[in-house]
Design a protein around this ligand. Sequence first.
Ligand code: GDP
Ligand code: MG
Length: 163
Amino acid sequence: ARPIVTIVGRPNVGKSTLFNRIAGRRISIVEDKPGVTRDRIYAEGEWLNNYFTLIDTGGIEPESEDIILSQMRRQAEVAIETGDVIMFVVDGLEGLTSTDKEISQMLRKSRKKVILVCNKIDTPKTPDTIYEFYELGLGTPMVISAGQGLGLGDLLDEVIKNF
Ligand code: GDP
Ligand code: MG
C-alpha cells in the first residue's frame, strides 16, 4: 500500500494551503476565519516518482480553546493511527503556542516519523522567531511558505526519505 502522510496542527497555521500545494489542486478548503470542513480530506501526492496518500486533518475549526484542544487530540490520534509520516505544521508568524506544545507531546509519544514544519515564512531571510520551535523537541523545523510555494521541495525530500 502507499505510504500515508498526515498533516496536523492547530487551526489557521496553513494545513489546507499546504495540502492543496502538494496535491496540486484545490481540494481542501482554505479559510480566513474558522469554519466547518470535513473531518479529513484525502488526495494523492507524488514527489520524484514516490506516490503517497496525503491527509488533511483540518476538520471543524472552532474558536473555543477547549474545543480546539479536543479536536487536536482527535487529529493526533488519526495521524498516529493511520499516518506513516506526520507533518506537524506550526505558524512562523505567530510563534510557538501552548497548543503547539500539547500537540507535539501527543505526537512524540507515537513512534511515527514527525516532521516539524514552520509555515508562513514568506521571505528568503529566516526570522529569529523560528528558533523557539526547537523547544518542541522535534528537531530542526523545515521552513516553508505554503502560500508562496517556498521550501516545498526540501520538505518533500524529507518526507519521502522516511518511506
Ligand atoms: P488551516 O486552518 O491550518 O487549514 O489553515 P489554512 O490553510 O486554511 O490557512 C489559514 C490562513 O493562513 C489563510 O488565510 C491562508 O491564506 C493563510 N496562509 C497559509 N499559508 C500561508 C503562508 O505560507 N504565508 C502566509 N502569510 N499566510 C498563509
Ligand atoms: Mg484547514
